[in-house]
Design a protein around this ligand. Structure first.
Ligand code: IPD
Length: 273
């Protein structure tokens, strides 16, 4: 890491572990995807799917981390939920963008964050099919490796007004929620440059960090979808939040340039997001 002066050595250590685990899980998902991959189970609705690979990747990540740090707690999308006794909790989405993965689309990621006493302190999002990995430690900026030499510091996009903003969003798996989200998007689209729906919240947040989007919003995210990406976006200079005065949450998550954040938040609240 190139800028360690304002970061805590424990957080750097957690980041190192998260990067190793994300790399190994990403390799497993990329190289081990069966050609006849099928849905193993469904969750909140028939289209909220889990594959055997989501489960295998979470097992790999929690196994690796608990070997190194047996006192830590876990919260994972595929069921990991332990308190731990060290004050550190790992928040893991072993495969964010499962539907893309199921269909062979490239936009999926492994997302691993470490929290200390409830505050996000390190986060990694590995996107193997992009050949890119994004990461941040609290106070140390956001960084990435990819198809360029070495590590690149991530910086959010220079400010554009909302009507020139490229904004991404996502849709929940529950039909009634999706219908309401579509209505919000219908009202928003004439007021922005365009709307994208990539299929991985973790990658959307990193795209805000990397200056590839001016903003992103979604209702219905789980802590594992947003934990690492939220820290990465903030460390890249983006503003993140939920409803006015609130942190990003299941109720609402927004990440955007400082110029776009407030007007976008205001519109979303007006539209009844
Ligand atoms: C989903 C993705 C998607 C978002 C959904 C999430 P999963 O996560 O991040 O982009 O729109 O709300 O649930 O189910 O693929 O881990």
């Amino acid at each position: 890491m190139s800028d360690v002066s304002t970061t805590d050595p424990l957080h750097e250590e957690l980041l190192k572990i998260a990067r190793q685990a994300a790399r190994r899980a990403g390799d497993l998902l990329r190289d081990g995807r069966p050609a006849d991959l099928e849905v193993a189970a469904t969750k909140s609705s028939p289209i909220d799917v889990v594959t055997e690979m989501d489960i295998a990747a979470e097992k790999l990540i929690t196994g690796m981390i608990s070997d190194l740090r047996p006192q830590d707690g876990f919260l994972g999308e595929e069921g990991a939920a332990t308190e731990g006794s060290s004050g550190i909790r790992w928040v893991i989405d072993p495969l964010d963008g499962t539907v893309n993965y199921l269909y062979g689309l490239p936009t999926w990621a492994v997302s691993i964050a470490a929290e200390q006493d409830g505050e996000r302190v390190a986060g990694v999002v590995a996107a193997p099919m992009r050949g890119e990995t994004y990461w941040a430690v609290r106070g140390g900026g956001a960084w990435a490796t990819g198809a360029w030499d070495g590590e690149r510091r991530l910086t959010r996009r220079p400010g554009a007004p909302l009507d020139q903003a490229l904004v991404s969003t996502g849709f929940n798996y529950v039909a009634e929620v999706r219908a309401q989200q579509a209505e919000v998007a219908r009202r928003l689209i004439p007021l922005v440059r365009d709307i994208r729906r990539g299929g991985s919240a973790a990658i959307d947040l990193c795209d805000v960090a990397a200056g590839r989007l001016d903003g992103y919003y979604e209702r219905g995210l789980h802590p594992w979808d947003l934990a690492a990406g939220d820290l990465i976006a903030r460390e890249a200079g983006a503003v993140t939040g939920g409803r006015p005065g609130e942190r990003p949450s299941r109720d609402l998550t927004i990440a955007a340039t400082p110029e776009v954040f407030e007007p976008l938040q205001r519109l979303l609240v007006d539209f009844g997001v």
